[in-house]
Design a protein around this ligand. Sequence first.
Ligand code: SAM
Length: 331
Amino acid sequence: MNTLLPPQKGNRTINYLRLSVTDRCNLRCVYCMPEEGVGFVPHDQILSYEEMLRLVALSVQAGIRKVRLTGGEPLVRKGFISFLEKLSAIEDLREISLTTNGVLLSEFASDIKRCGICRLNVSLDSLDPQKFARITGRDYLHRVLEGIKEAERHGFNPIKINVVAMRGINDDEILDFGRLTLTKPYHIRFIEFMPIGKNNSWTSDRFIPADDILNILGTLGQLESVEHNSLDGPAKRYKLQGAKGEIGLIGAISNHFCDQCNRLRLTAEGHLRGCLFSDKEIDIKTPLRLGRCDEDLLGLVRLAIDNKPKGHGLVQTDPRKCVRHMSSIGG
Ligand code: SAM
C-alpha cells in the first residue's frame, strides 16, 4: 500500500490539517475570545514548534497535503516566521495557508510571502472603526486595513476576507462588504455564526443563514455563480457583474458540508480533533512527550482520521455549543 495516498472516508479524502499555532490572540472578539472567562493553556502545555513540525511531517505520511495555520492569532507567537520556513520545507506538503486577523500583517506580509505562503485569509467583521472596536475589543481597524494593503503590495491574490455575519451586529454592513468586491480583487466570504466556546455570544437570534445573506447581496445586482474548484473548500462562490473580486458563502450550519469535509485539526495543546463541533479529541502530545516512536504517533493520526465523525449533527435551532473555544481548537 502506498502510505502517501490520502485516506478515504466514504466520499471524503482527509488531506487538510488546520493547525492552531497558539491559543493567544491580540483581539477579544465577542463571539470567539471574550475579554473575561477564557482560560489560556499554560505555555508549557502548548506544542513547541519542533513538536508541531514533527506532527505535521507525520500527518503528511498519513495523507495530509495542505496545512492551514490558525489559532488564536498565529502572528502573535514569537518565532512564527522561522517556524514557517521549516514548515515549508516539509516534503510532500503541497500547500500552506494562513488565517490571520491582520493586526500584525503589515509587519509580516513580506516574510510570509518569502516563505512561499500564497493563500491568505484575513478576518474582518466590520469596516466601521467603532463597530470594529466593539466586536473585537480593540481599536485596530486601521492596522487591519493597512495589513491588507501591505499584503496586496506583496502580491497576495486573492486575499480572502472572512466576515462572520451576526444579526443586529454587522448585518447592516453585508452590502458594504459586497460592494467592496466591485472595486477590489478580494474574495469576501461570509461565514455563518457558529455556537462554539462555552461563553461566546451565540444565540439563534444572532444567527443569519447563508441563504438570507445571499438574498441581501442580491439587491446589489445579479450574482453569477462561479464554478467550484477543488481548492475552494466549502464556500459557494458568486460574482457581481463586472466585479474585480468575489463573494463566498460558508453555510457551516444551515447547509453543512460534512459529507465533503476533508479536515483534521490539531489544537494548540496537541490534541487531534476530527470535527470542529465535537469535543472528542485524541491527545497526541502526551505520547509524543513520553518519547513514543514515529510509528506509534502515526497510528494516532490515522486513528483520528478513522474516527472522524460523519457529521456535526448541529441544526440552526439547536443551541448546543461545544465547550472548547475556537481560539484553542484552531478556527
Ligand atoms: N486569529 C485568526 C483570525 O482572526 O482569522 C485565526 C483564528 S480565528 C479563531 C479563525 C476564524 O474563526 C476567524 O475568521 C473567526 O472569525 C472565526 N470564528 C471564530 N469564532 C467563530 C464563531 N463563533 N462563528 C463563526 N466563526 C468564528
